[in-house]
Design a protein around this ligand. Structure first.
Ligand code: ADE
Length: 233
């Protein structure tokens, strides 16, 4: 899978995509993450990338005549047709199901909006989908772009240590939250690991895990359970 992130601030993204899991994915799992800076596509001597919105309004918009060539450059630099994603609070809300859909694609181009957004014509001309990472507003699309990259890359085969890792996650089947987990030491500041986890009885452990996962979901996210009933699952 090739993911290109088009941004005015690629240096903000570089440390994250080379670190830890994302670095591992690129080394081991056939994932390629490339950063495309928009600044070289800017206009004039100062490579201007943004401008005031027509009709007034707060902040600045990224110019279509900067964004479009930058994205087209990214499109040209990989043979597979790209799925274009625009980070925006107006987009489809990201959830695990959407991540799984995106994880099947062979080429993603994620365009990080900045300032107050992007001239709408860029989106109209290039197509694709707007994606929101949640109902809150950030100063720019760089963090949402990184969240998208991370959530999609960890679903690629070979990225997580055990293939099972992702399948057991909360939300992977829009089912239950994960229950509590414990590691050494067995006793810490008067708190002990639930004895059943040390029992060696795998069946009983599995049942316990399912029971606490259900209980936690009922307490914290009852909406997930009612979604399941609504879906007839
Ligand atoms: N840009 C600013 N806020 C955002 C959000 N919630 N999701 C995606 N992009 C954004």
């Amino acid at each position: 899978m090739v993911i290109q992130v088009v941004s005015l601030f690629p240096t903000m993204l570089a440390p994250v995509i080379t670190s830890s899991m994302l670095g591992r994915a690129q080394a081991l799992a056939g994932v390629e993450i490339r950063l495309v800076g928009m600044r070289p596509f800017g206009i004039g001597r100062h490579h201007q990338a943004d401008d005031y919105p027509f009709g007034g309004g707060p902040g600045m918009l990224l110019r279509a005549d900067v964004v479009v060539p930058a994205v087209e450059w990214a499109m040209m630099h990989h043979r597979e047709p790209a799925t274009i994603l625009w980070t925006s609070p107006q987009g489809r809300r990201l959830d695990q199901q959407y991540c799984q859909e995106l994880a099947q694609k062979s080429h993603l181009i994620i365009v990080a909006g900045h300032y107050e957004g992007i001239d709408e014509r860029a989106i109209d001309l290039l197509g694709g989908s707007e994606v929101s990472i949640g109902d809150y507003v950030l100063t720019g699309g760089e963090l949402p772009a990184l969240i998208l990259v991370d959530a999609v890359v960890r679903l690629q085969p070979g990225v997580l240590g055990a293939e099972e890792g992702a399948a057991n996650d909360s939300f992977s089947n829009r089912e239950l939250l994960e229950g509590p987990q414990y590691t050494r030491p067995e006793h810490y500041r008067g708190q002990s690991v639930p004895p059943i986890l040390l029992s060696g009885n795998h069946r009983a452990i599995l049942e316990w895990k399912q029971q606490v996962a259900l209980q936690r979901t009922q307490e914290r996210r009852p909406d997930l359970l009612s979604d399941r009933i609504d879906d007839g699952n």
